[in-house]
Ligand binder design. Structure first.
Ligand SMILES: [Zn+2]
Length: 83
């Protein structure tokens, strides 16, 4: 299933630091178990935005700052061009 916003994902930016956002499929949270969300690609920001009813909620107040380890586990490493 592809939501409309996923096509626009490259255009979405973190409202706090304006870095790119990446999808994550399973981030374990303390409260509700694995959830889908968008995470900020900025290692110094690490906000995770929830997706509600298939709509990403890019609101800083609703975002959660992931611990660094969790952020690294959740964020897919950017595609490197290492030969
Ligand atoms: Zn950010």
């Amino acid at each position: 299933m592809t939501s409309d916003w996923q096509a626009a994902l490259p255009l979405l930016k973190c409202p706090r630091c304006f870095a790119q956002l990446a999808t994550t499929s399973s981030v374990a949270t303390e409260t509700s178990g694995p959830v889908e969300g968008l995470i900020c690609a900025n290692a110094d920001c690490r906000l995770q935005y929830p997706i509600r009813d298939e709509i990403p909620v890019l609101v800083i107040e609703f975002a959660r700052e992931l611990p660094r380890e969790e952020w690294q586990a959740a964020s897919k490493p950017p595609s490197t061009n290492t030969p």
